[in-house]
Ligand binder design. Structure first.
Ligand code: HEC
Length: 145
């Protein structure tokens, strides 16, 4: 368990290096313009987070979320921080994630909607385990218990 949390910490630092830079600037009394611009992928991830939070509320209220947000397909093309190239793992995870997210809106499915929703969120977490562990605790809050 200790090794795991150390590993998590190391990955967290490497994934959030841009935040560190921001902190140094805050401690500097002079006004320094913020050079950190969120990547297209970061902005997409934030909107995916918010959308899924709404789906969770819908499902808990006994409603079915309306339709698959087409914007999510930008996951295949959005630019990563620092123009980091897409690797095959990332592409594979993106596809599984989109497929799982789509099943939430499949009105013919026999699988309970809560299960389909949690499957999608678990794919967010799987990809983050390999790509960017920092936001995992936040993403886990999206799961329906
Ligand atoms: C295919 C891999 C993959 C999937 C699937 C994925 N993410 Fe991400 N996520 C990333 C990567 C990579 C970044 C960092 C983006 C960058 O650096 O440009 C990120 C960043 C984030 C961030 C941090 C944004 C910020 O403010 O810095 C959040 C929050 C997030 N993802 C939530 C989610 C949620 C919620 C889902 C599922 C609905 C999800 N992610 C699915 C790979 C993924």
């Amino acid at each position: 368990m200790k090794i795991l949390s150390l590993l998590t910490l190391a990955l967290l630092v490497s994934c959030n290096s841009s935040d560190e830079k921001e902190e140094t600037k805050v401690s500097n009394k002079k006004f320094v313009p913020d050079m950190y611009v969120a990547s297209e992928m970061t902005l997409l991830m934030r909107s995916m987070y918010d959308a899924n939070e709404t789906f969770k509320k819908d499902i808990l209220a006994g409603n079915t979320p309306e339709s698959f947000p087409k914007d999510f397909l930008k996951i295949f093309t959005a630019k990563l921080t620092g123009d980091k190239p897409y690797n095959d793992t990332f592409k594979a995870f993106s596809k599984v994630y989109i497929d799982n997210e789509r099943t939430i809106f499949d009105t013919t499915s026999k699988i309970p909607i809560k299960t389909r929703y949690n499957n999608a969120i678990n794919t967010c977490i799987s990809c983050h385990t390999t790509e960017c562990v920092g936001p995992i605790p936040r993403i886990e809050k999206l799961l329906i218990n």
